[in-house]
Design a protein around this ligand. Sequence first.
Ligand code: MOS
Length: 728
Amino acid sequence: MKFENTATDTFFDTTAVLGKAHTRIDGPLKVSGQAPYAYERHDVVGGQLVGYPLGATIARGRIVSIDAEAARAAPGVTAIVTTLEIDPLGISSFNDVRLFGGDAIQHYHQAIAVVVADTLEHARHAANMIEVTYEEESGLFDMEEAWKGRDTSGDPDSETGNVDAGFADASVTLDATYRTPVQSHAMMEPHASVVDWSDGERMTVWTSNQMIAWNRKSLAQTFDIDPEKIRVESPYVGGGFGAKLFLRSDAVLAAIGSRAAGRPVKLALPRPFVFNNTTHRPATIQRIRLAAERDGRLTCIEHEGASHRTPHGSSEENPVSQTEVFYAAANRRVKHHELKLHLPESSSMRAPGEASGLMALEIAMDEMADKLGMDPVEFRILNDTQVDPQNPDIPFSDRHFVDCLRVGAETFGWCARNRSPGSTRDGMWLIGHGVAGAYRGAPTLKSGARVRLKKGRLIVETDMTDIGTGSYTIIAQTAAEMMGLTADTVDVRLGNSDFPVSSGSGGQFGAASSTAGVYAACLALRNKIAEELGSDDLRFEDGRVIAGNKAFPLADLFDGKEVCAEDSMDFGDSQKKFKIATFAAHFVEVGVHAATGTVRVRRMLAVCDAGRILNPVTARSQVIGGMTMALGAALSEELLVDTSRGYFVNHDLAGYEVPVHADVPQQDVIFLDTEDPEISPLKAKGVGELGICGVAAAIANAVHNATGIRIRDYPVTLDKLIGELPEI
Ligand code: MOS
């Protein structure tokens, strides 16, 4: 079916199951170890061997020779395939660079061989025996250099009003440059796959991937085979954050190894491979200029930003896009530069664009409020907009950013904060409070599902994934709501290419899109039942279908015969007439140690505006996950680039520091829980990416409030503070 808007559809205005707190239905399976992740699919196919990758140790050039003689004779080895033995594989439409085959090296830790053996230890041992010689080429690895050499002559991405004149007339101005480093998704489960391609004909892939249909298409393009011959399963995913949107070398190497060995092969990327072999969030450099009247009204906003990608692809990390629409100002200009570096392939990571962009913009807003002598909450409220400031004819569908700020300030006790930096103490700790706004788009993608009702139980099948987000649960709730059932009478089956194609999980489009697809399938099922019963006025309630004055228990319907229906939700151009987005306000309290500069976040509050909340338990879990990830972005996460050799140096979880439980303080989340009539029949938007947006800036702003030190270069580490701390 096609979605227009919800004007004629009031089904979800009353809800029995949806919108209610429901713990995740896959929770017991997960905590008891019964939800099998890709590397644990021991029982799907017999005779599995173990694969281990070898990665290039140069960033750019070609392989002259690979000597795998000794490795082939090592204990337990069944097969070794080197990249020189294989014609260059195809590059799928979702990848920048070739994942295997040929002699060209395009980035450090590019896969150059796979060893297949009886055990992991044997495979790893043999991989270490392979000798490789290279012809190395120099490359561009330095973001600062690329930024200095950027082309500033081109047109802006967008411009409204007259920015130059606006700045010339301005009363108060700000011009500052901010930097965010390369970050890694660092999800718990590394990229892993079991692949059976023993006969070189049909390929079955048990993997860990966010997008089943894209994955299957990529495999077909990479190996130049018919997608009909490929089956992909990914029912449980141990975190993705964008790292598993696309096909990566784990599945490719396992497939090649399986074909060579004539047996199924399982392969997990060793943790150090994940950083350079797969994708990352690129660094950004962002120059922001703001101008305002003395009363605090912004007159100009200019945001020039840059991120990097390989010379072969286009950047996902556009840090300026939210600046086009977040705050009002008559004169505005944004420009994004895609800098080309010979580093590993950068790609999407949770809220690509906004996550980095708001790390800069929301410090700039704090700095401007300071210059104006205004409260940063009031400054943001004053500059709110209910329409797209570049196209005033296009309103936001449902925007309550001001309420987020007001409710947050009230709940957090914002008015009690000390406005003069560096003047609140708790023993040796300097205490500070910070606020930031958040904006994240709310896209939708076509999504389908199949539903089967039999003896009162409903089975839902869709290739949607649950990457730890709660998809199983909200899909069960949606189907239950539609059919008058309880969530525990619905069996949800996900992550299988045999099922109807869904939106998949990404871009925070999964919750809104996939539940709309399930809604469409359930409507089709209701229509089918109506036809069979010869009545077009049916209600589904309490496990019964009610037609006029007759009620039939679903458990007995049609003598236990299965009724099945399938449909999808096509969102068409429903996002064209309105700006559809999510908003939040973040408030944090930090302590900065007066002697060492150590930063501890002490309290965090998020107030979120994301339409109807489908399930407050899973939604909260998404937001606190995002807040925790942003805590890492603010204070510790940074992949360090070796700018002479072109690779990420700290490529393990000892050197790349993500927050642990002890780093995470009290976190509170409030949802405004409104209804967005333009997004989908469910009026609900995603929150998975909103939670990471703006938080890091709130922390940096709180550090400024605590110490008077303005850090514009993430992460905010103690070495950047220690020389500037106020006298004890
Ligand atoms: Mo998301 S970065 O599209 O998984």
